[in-house]
Design a protein around this ligand. Structure first.
Ligand code: MTE
Ligand code: MO
Length: 406
């Protein structure tokens, strides 16, 4: 893969912070010059990621985890997938960062500095599941364009920030508010400043939930650059595209937000099931809201070899969008019969739930372990593939691993 550094004309301060040292003679550096220390940087050291992560695209950066990298109860930065639609913002200065609240349905436009937010509002910490709507896209047939995510575009980190609802209350919103939309500092791939890479949002009811945060910390530290430093919206349980990174504006709308990637087939699925490959009219597409029930076996790694007589404790996580997971099962006979797993409660609403099970294998040979979660509405994961849709969203099929007992 050809790796070129992501931005040529970034400022000295940003370069220094990426290099981890002051560029002492920086004022003498020719304009547009990329210091050697920043040339051909590999994304793993650039973003502090595990070397086992998989780079799906470098323009923009899209990097996914493997199932076994998501074994931790709280996902550490090094194993968190990155999904960018545009170029990373440059020259970020947290001290002068501000966020503006505007739109048809604010009583009056109002801005806060990051420091205002921290000082004026109570801070909360929640562990939140963020899964890309396109996670699992690689399995759909006919295939959908876009990043071919397999299973690793999900994470559950701890986010600290202020409640969006507290800030919206301080701003004042009108009775006709139906949606909020975010705007951010990242740059469209074309470089055109008039175009936004992405500007999505959520209905006002989701915006007003306790767990919807304007976050400035992730796992107790400043949010890493790739994940939205210095300020990001987090809407747990919804497609992660609603969790705007590098947040500069929240527009309170009296219509469904119509920003970039809110219309057409983007983050929408047919309102009613369609045949694979079907053309679907715009008006028959519905915006994805809460994500469907899903789970992931994070131990062992697929392909594990075990000695006979060994029983194996499998483990992983399960989540269900706005709902909780009520039941977790596994099968070693391709879904013919299922046994219960031990399932923990989430650490808070909208956090994934840990599961484990001790599995006994009757004889030596090849097995598959399949895992299936059921939500509190009684809806279970499909075994192989859910309904096809043009953009390959919402693949919540059972996760399957291969093990050899020998
Ligand atoms: N400003 C901005 N916010 C964004 C995006 C983006 O490209 N720009 N990508 C969205 C999408 S599609 C996803 S899946 C998540 C990914 O979050 P992560 O990179 O922190 O894992 O961020 C969302 N927020
Ligand atoms: Mo996404």
């Amino acid at each position: 893969m050809k790796r070129r550094f992501f931005a040529k004309n970034i400022g000295l301060a940003t370069m220094s912070s990426i290099l981890g040292a002051k560029i002492v003679q920086g004022n003498f550096m020719p304009e547009g010059y990329t210091p050697l220390g920043l040339q051909d940087q590999d994304p793993f050291s650039l973003f502090d990621k595990n070397k086992e992560m998989v780079v799906l695209n470098d323009k923009p950066w899209n990097i996914e985890a493997k199932a076994h990298l998501l074994d931790d109860a709280i996902t550490p930065n090094k194993n968190m997938f990155i999904r960018n639609n545009g170029k990373l913002p440059v020259n970020i200065d947290a001290d002068s960062w501000k966020i503006t609240f505007n739109g048809e349905s604010v009583v009056q436009e109002k801005s806060f500095s990051l420091n205002d937010l921290k000082k004026q509002f109570k801070q909360y910490t929640y562990q939140l599941t963020l899964e890309c709507g396109g996670n699992g896209r690689a399995e759909f047939n006919p295939p959908a364009k876009g990043n071919q995510w397999t299973v690793g575009a999900v994470h559950c980190a701890k986010w600290t920030g202020v409640r969006l609802k507290d800030v919206l209350q301080a701003v004042g919103i009108k009775d006709d508010a139906v949606y909020i939309g975010y705007h951010a500092a990242d740059v469209h791939l074309s470089g055109n400043p008039e175009k936004e890479p992405i500007s999505r949002g959520v209905p006002i009811a989701k915006a007003l939930q306790d767990e919807t945060l304007l976050a400035f910390k992730m796992n107790g530290e400043d949010i890493p650059l790739a994940h939205g430093f210095p300020l990001r919206l987090v809407c747990g349980g919804w497609p992660a595209s609603t969790s705007g990174k590098w947040l500069t504006e929240i527009s309170v709308r009296n219509i469904v937000h119509d920003g970039a990637k809110m219309t057409g087939t983007a983050y929408r699925v047919p309102c009613k099931p369609v045949a694979p490959g079907a053309k679907v009219k715009d008006e028959d597409m519905c915006i994805i809201e809460s994500m469907p029930v899903k789970s992931l076996i994070t131990y062992p790694k697929t392909g594990a070899m075990l000695k006979k007589e060994q029983s194996l404790t499998i483990r992983g996580h399960a989540w269900a969008g706005e709902l909780e997971v009520a039941k977790m099962e596994y099968s070693i006979d391709f879904g013919a019969t299922w046994k219960l797993c031990k399932l923990n409660k989430p650490s808070n609403r909208l956090a994934w739930q840990h599961f484990s099970a001790m599995v006994d294998f009757p004889e030596t040979g090849y097995y598959e372990v399949w895992a299936k979660a059921t939500d509190t509405n009684g809806v279970s994961q499909p075994m192989l593939l859910p309904g096809w849709n043009p953009k390959g969203y919402l693949n919540n099929a059972c996760h399957r691993i291969a093990v050899k007992i020998g």
